[in-house]
Design a protein around this ligand. Structure first.
Ligand SMILES: Cc1ncc(COP(=O)(O)O)c(C=O)c1O
Length: 390
């Protein structure tokens, strides 16, 4: 594993590098792609080897991978997260946004309110609105430099039309790893207001600095009859393009409803994604994660030290994810001005905070899942772009 190795992704139909010019006006020749959330790292060799075998075999007919695939997921969840998952609880979707869309479709109705703790991963609001449901924003509060939730305020906000909460655990953006008490408070909130809870745990493997991710299923088993767990190997191992994620339903009743919906649209996993999952959820995959996490930790420390040295900029201390969340409000600049300096001055494509909902207006999100040399380069360019503030 050499995370310093630069593999040129330009011109490979890669969204992150090939779409940054049309979307951000940052040319890929000397620009830095720090937006969409995949990494610039090659997958573990065990995954490449298994996919090469598949390609060499040369036939991609209907597959029968289910039992190996589910066994690999069960092994990973138990081994890495101390969570025992029933094989019958696992459903495969073409990624987790697809999983959220299907849950909205199966468990809610047009006009229902869906609660989001904002700012949060932008695709949630997008699919909620496209499904004809209503986004109910519950803004998080920054306390001691970290996001926290304010349930007294959220209780007062509820109208009775809300049907579901989508929690991001760990949280994107901002990288909070929610404590057991916080998870229990979310669970109690869901019970108080009779809400289903989706816990999207896609970032669960990438946790730093002594924080410990607790699967919601373990933190609050008492709400398993209203709980929908989402997991995927794609962020950890960098194969989001294989579109394979899991909806895990502890409750038999929710399972039966979801199974009917899956059958009705005949949604099935794909053999490349399932093969990659089996390969990744293995001791070789563990070794990859155990090398990746300290590397990402080094990236975030480097980035935070440089960015926080620029007057007016504040990078939130990540407990998880490789997605740095930088607040520019201390500069007093307009959104257009700080964004212009980053895109045109530093030649960096970073996600616009406005897309993450309330609370993101003065922020940009920088993807640090890249080679250390590129993070270093980004630090130098940002320092330069805001040099007049020193
Ligand atoms: C919290 C969260 N959920 C889901 C996704 C995307 O999942 P998928 O590619 O499986 O649809 C992301 C990607 O950044 C994410 O951060």
């Amino acid at each position: 594993m050499n995370f310093d190795k630069i593999t040129d992704r330009r011109g490979t139909h890669c969204a992150k590098w090939d779409m940054m010019e049309p979307l951000y006006g940052v040319a890929p020749d000397d620009g830095l792609a720090m937006w969409v959330a995949d990494t610039d790292f090659e997958v573990p060799e065990v995954v490449s080897a298994r996919l090469r075998e598949m390609a060499d075999h040369g036939i991609y007919g209907y597959a029968n991978l289910e039992s190996d695939y589910k066994a690999a997921i069960q092994w990973w969840m138990e081994h890495r997260h101390g969570w025992q998952v029933d094989a019958d609880a696992i459903f495969t979707t073409t990624g987790l946004v697809n999983g959220v869309g299907l849950c909205l479709d199966t468990f809610t109705e047009a006009g229902d309110g869906i609660v989001l703790f904002t700012p949060v991963y932008h695709a949630f609001a997008k699919v909620i609105r496209l499904a004809g449901r209503e986004v109910v924003e519950c803004p998080m509060v920054v306390q001691d430099g970290r996001y926290t939730m304010d349930f007294a305020a959220y209780d007062a906000q509820m109208t009775g039309r809300e049907k579901m909460v989508i929690l991001c655990s760990p949280h994107n953006p901002g990288g909070r790893v929610w404590t057991r008490d916080e998870l229990q408070a979310v669970a109690a909130f869901c019970k108080r207001h009779d809400l289903l809870l989706i816990s999207d745990e896609i970032h669960h493997d990438l946790v730093f600095g002594g924080a410990r991710h607790i699967p919601m299923s373990l933190a609050a088993p008492e709400i398993s009859d209203r709980l929908i767990m989402l997991t995927a190997p794609s962020k950890t191992f960098n194969f989001a393009g294989l579109h394979t994620g899991q909806v895990i339903l502890p409750d038999e009743g929710l399972r039966a409803q979801f199974r009917r919906r899956m059958l009705a649209i005949y949604l099935q996993g794909n053999s490349a994604g399932e093969t990659a999952t089996i390969a990744a959820y293995s001791p070789e995959g563990v070794a990859y994660v155990e090398a990746l996490v300290p590397y990402l930790d080094g990236n975030r420390r480097l980035f935070d030290a440089a960015v926080n040295a620029i007057p007016g900029l504040k990078s939130m201390e990540l407990q998880s994810t490789y997605l740095a969340w930088v607040d520019f409000s201390g500069t007093g600049m307009s959104r257009e001005e700080f964004t212009r300096r980053v895109e045109q001055g530093a030649r960096i494509a970073a996600n616009h905070g406005t897309t993450f909902g309330s609370g993101g207006e003065s922020c940009l999100r920088f993807n640090l899942g890249t080679q250390r040399a590129r993070v270093q380069e980004a630090c130098e360019r940002l320092t330069q772009a805001f040099a007049d503030l020193q």
